[in-house]
Design a protein around this ligand. Structure first.
Ligand code: PEP
Ligand code: MG
Length: 906
């Protein structure tokens, strides 16, 4: 980054506004906004992110920065009528980092800059309060030592605890000026020893060092990792806010607090927040002393309370959203220190969005931007009924990280082997480990949920559980897991193998005993078992109903379901599916029908093969009739058989053992011998890249023809029964147009035969999946033979990355996530740069060949919020996902449309 001559690196709070977050960071932009709204913000200025960028690039602050800071400081001093660090009446300032996005790992605030051995006396005189001055000074040394000079913060805490213990008091306010004076001496010694330098006495040096420390904190390991994981660009830099100090620790008529403009849990109007008398900044959140509810401020200081309420209304009307606020009262004078749009629970997000529409503050399009699919998904999990408790009921054991949502109950097991064994005998189990590794995979599959005492959201347990859709709580550090003795201890409680535990993957809570599970009201609503207008419908359901209606009204993408039986299809329809985007036909070859598949594979002659196929035909047809009936009037895309045939044969090891044993008894079964031969013949090193998809259809005579006939006959039957079947035939794993042409020509012949025989015009369309890189790269040619494309982004991701999903998620994805190579698994969210580029170019090439080509996606990304936005952008016609994710896809499709309309008109 080069310096531009006229570039301005410092903005007074009066010069900025909330739209300047890139330049002034979130905190700085909002302080400026409040200043310009005429709210009581202590005067100050912001050093821009551009200055930070120069510093990070060159290792030095911009040449003009010092002078600019001096000019703004002089103006501030003039306004305040005192100079920074002035010995008889010091101006003190705070220094706070503030990037565009708030980020863990960035530098904490340093308060009271400007105090020194000399000016502390001036402050004491001015404030008429010696204790206050020394308390402020010890805080400065403590914060400065820790955050600017990298001294271990524990050392200060220990010294403070010792001072309290020596005086036999428990709270810091019981230390008097003399105690604090001694503590200052002690703190200075700690700094000198640990930092190898004296605590700086020059106020400007304190300020400059603190600013530099903020710049440097951009590159702490924690901040870097967080940015990589959250895909926040690493070159944004942070701003630095320098704000004149106001004091909440000047006595009982002073204090500090945090507040929300409405209840962040429900959105209801009211007074929500905490207040702490005679305290400064971080005391409120640090939990050093007990805070009082904000409502109590009305009795403590009615004037400030009334003013705060008015300000909160102003802020909410101005930001048109729930805001959270930090404030300080200095001797009866209220000061606003920070505001931002506040965090909220998933349920509150929906409620607040509709409340704001009703208040006329936002419109429907904006309401859609106030919620998201992840929140809706959260609301769709069953929950624990926490009101169930009492004596003998479940007890809360502790809390970990909510790693994969859901509510799971089962018997505690401490190793994978037991998990598998118990679950085979019908027990529900929760696998509890210190942390999991690939050896635990079978146990994880067998369990209802997974609980670990170590690791975060990217740990093996978390990643694999999310991939499997299993409930997981990880990193519950209070649990001492002893796998050898098969037990865990929490506090004084011992949980033995076999004891029932309940884990909540949405809140991270862990219980001993069975917590009853209640269904989600939102799911009850989607299922049609609860009506949004009904008397017993809760506010949340009503809000979800309204937001879904907005989304459906604006969305362009249609939403279909991946479903392969009538039951799933009907549920999908209730959830709002506008068709089936993927009916996998493989389950139709399992169970009792497996034997027919074996006969097909073992057939030596055409007749034998035909016989096996003819036996399968009516069964397949019946499946399709049911499906077309369930989805009457809506499109149903049926995919011809995809997985390698050996998946329908017995396991190679089991069969080998069976044959070997039989041979040793000399009663080998002819069929088993032939089966074993076939299994050997079909065995592949890399089945994912082997004989599957269209390749099967091309080498197993009659297989695809039988499936096409079953589809056509089922459609004809429905038509003759006055139904409206809309079947689409989809060919999997095509790599080149020639493959598709052969299958299509055969299919056309079969369809014509069925139409002639049944006197129907079936209007069946034939298309293909685009799930191999070569298919995407030659999409223009493939479109000549396809009436539609459906992107199979599961296989496309596997083949573009060269990842075998079944193997890599459990083996090295944790390492990749932890190293920040990707922030989220590419199987969860579409990899825009790689896989996405192929999708985009295939869309363009396909439409260039055939302008009316219908385009959809049926990989799991079809139900992923961020991916839905991508599919909207590239112009697909629909997304298809599992029935349960349909509401999420509908919502996100609406959000994507509202967002792009907004940006078009801008
Ligand atoms: C895909 O590959 O994206 C797809 C939908 O097919 P399957 O997951 O069945 O391989
Ligand atoms: Mg596939």
């Amino acid at each position: 980054m080069s310096e531009n001559k006229d570039q301005k690196f410092v903005y007074d709070f009066t010069e900025g506004n909330r739209d300047l977050k890139d330049l002034l960071g979130g905190k700085g932009a909002n302080l400026a906004e409040m200043t310009n709204l005429g709210l009581p913000v202590p005067p100050g200025f912001t050093i821009t992110t551009e200055a930070c960028k120069v510093y990070l690039d060159s290792g030095e602050a911009p040449a003009d920065l010092r002078e600019e800071v001096s000019a703004h400081l002089a103006a501030l001093e003039a306004k305040m009528g005192k100079k920074l660090g002035q010995s008889d009446d010091p101006l003190l300032v705070s220094v706070r980092s503030g990037a565009k996005f708030s980020m863990p790992g960035m530098m904490d605030t340093v308060l009271n800059i400007g105090l020194s051995d000399e000016s502390v006396a001036g402050l004491a005189t001015q404030a008429g309060n010696e204790r206050f001055a020394w308390d402020s000074y010890r805080r400065l040394i403590q914060m400065f030592g820790k955050t600017v000079l990298d001294v271990d913060g524990e050392l200060f805490e220990e010294a403070l605890d010792e001072a309290k213990a020596a005086k036999k008091v428990t709270v810091d306010t019981d230390l008097d000026a003399a105690d604090l004076k001694k503590l200052v001496t002690r703190f200075k010694k700690i700094v000198a020893k640990q930092a190898g330098r004296e605590f700086p006495q020059d106020a400007r040096e304190q300020l400059d060092l603190a600013v530099e420390a903020v710049f440097n904190s951009w590159n702490t390991d924690r901040a870097k990792l967080y940015r990589r994981q959250e895909r926040i660009p690493s070159d944004l830099g942070t701003a630095v806010n320098i704000c004149s100090m106001v004091f909440g620790n000047l006595g009982p008529d002073s204090g500090t607090g945090v507040a929300f403009t409405r209840d962040p849990a429900t959105g209801h109007a009211g007074v929500y927040g905490d207040y702490l008398q005679n305290a400064q900044g971080e005391d409120v959140v640090a939990g050093i002393r007990n805070t009082v509810p904000l409502a109590d401020l009305e009795t403590i200081d009615k004037v400030s309370y009334d003013q705060l309420m008015t300000i909160m209304t102003t802020l909410e009307n101005h930001y048109k959203d729930l805001c959270d606020i930090e404030f300080t009262i200095e001797r009866g004078q209220l000061w606003m220190l920070q505001t931002r749009v506040g965090k909220r629970t998933a349920g509150a997000a929906f409620r607040i969005a509709t409340q704001l529409v009703d208040q006329g503050l936002i419109d429907e399009a904006e309401a859609l931007q106030r919620v998201n699919g992840a929140q809706l998904a959260q609301l769709m999990f069953p929950r624990f009924d926490e009101s169930a408790g009492g004596k003998g009921g479940p007890t809360l054991l502790g809390r970990g990280i909510a790693a994969s949502p859901g509510a799971a109950v089962g018997k505690a097991v401490f190793d994978s082997y037991t998990a598998v064994k118990w679950s085979r005998s019908g027990e529900k189990v929760i696998l509890i480990r210190r942390e999991t590794n690939p050896d635990d995979l079978d146990g994880m599959i067998a369990s209802e949920g997974i609980l670990t005492s170590r690791g975060g959201k990217t740990s093996h347990a978390a990643v694999v559980a999310r991939g499997m859709g299993k409930t997981c709580v990880c990193g519950a550090e209070d649990l001492e897991v002893d796998t050898k003795r098969r037990r865990m201890t929490v506090g004084g409680t011992v949980v033995e193998e076999g004891d029932v535990v309940s884990i909540d993957g949405s809140t991270g809570k862990v219980y001993l005993g069975e917590v009853p599970v209640v269904p989600s009201p939102v799911v009850e609503y989607f299922e049609g078992r609860m009506h949004a207008g009904a008397d017993d419908a809760d506010e949340l359901v009503a809000a979800v109903h309204r937001i879904m209606a907005y989304a459906d009204r604006v969305r362009r993408l249609r939403v279909r379901a991946n479903a392969d039986n009538a039951e799933d299809a009907l549920r999908a329809r209730r959830f709002g599916a506008q068709g089936i985007g993927l009916c996998r036909t493989e389950h139709m070859f399992l169970g009792e029908r497996r034997e027919l598949v074996e006969r097909l594979i073992l057939a030596d002659t055409d007749d034998e093969r035909e016989e096996a196929l003819s036996a399968l035909l009516p069964l397949q047809k019946k499946d399709f009739v049911e499906l077309f009936e369930a989805m009457d009037g809506l499109p149903v895309t049926v995919r011809l058989l995809d997985p390698p045939l050996h998946e329908f044969l017995p396991d190679i090891t089991e069969l080998s053992v069976r044959v070997a044993l039989a041979e040793s008894r000399k009663d080998a079964n002819e069929n088993d011998l032939r089966l074993l031969q076939a299994v050997h013949k079909l065995h592949e090193q890399n089945p994912m890249l082997g004989l599957r998809g269209v390749r099967l259809g091309l080498v197993i005579p009659g297989l695809f023809k039988m499936q096409v006939r079953a589809i056509a006959e089922a459609a004809a039957e429905r038509k003759n029964a006055k139904g409206d079947p809309r079947a689409e035939i989809m060919v999997p794993l095509v790599g080149t147009v020639q493959e598709l042409e052969i299958v299509r020509d055969e299919a056309d012949t079969v369809i014509a035969e069925v139409e002639a025989a049944t006197g129907t015009d079936l209007k069946l369309t034939i298309g293909t999946m685009i799930e191999l890189p070569r298919a995407a790269l030659t999409a223009g040619q493939i479109a000549e033979a396809a009436q539609f494309f459906s992107f199979g982004t599961n296989d496309l991701t596997q083949t573009v990355w060269g990842f075998s999903r079944d193997d890599v998620e459990a083996s090295f994805f944790t390492a990749y996530l932890e190293k920040g190579i990707f922030g989220v698994s590419p199987f969860e969210t579409i990899d825009r740069d790689g896989v996405g580029t192929l999708v985009r170019s295939a869309v363009e090439a396909g439409r260039a060949t055939r302008p009316d080509l219908k385009l959809g996606v049926c990989g799991e990304h079809g139900g992923d919020p961020e991916s839905v936005h991508f599919f909207h952008e590239v112009g697909l016609d629909y997304v298809s996902c599992s029935p349960f994710r349909i509401p999420v896809a509908r919502l996100e499709a609406g959000r994507a449309a509202a967002e792009s309309k907004g940006s078009d008109s801008r």
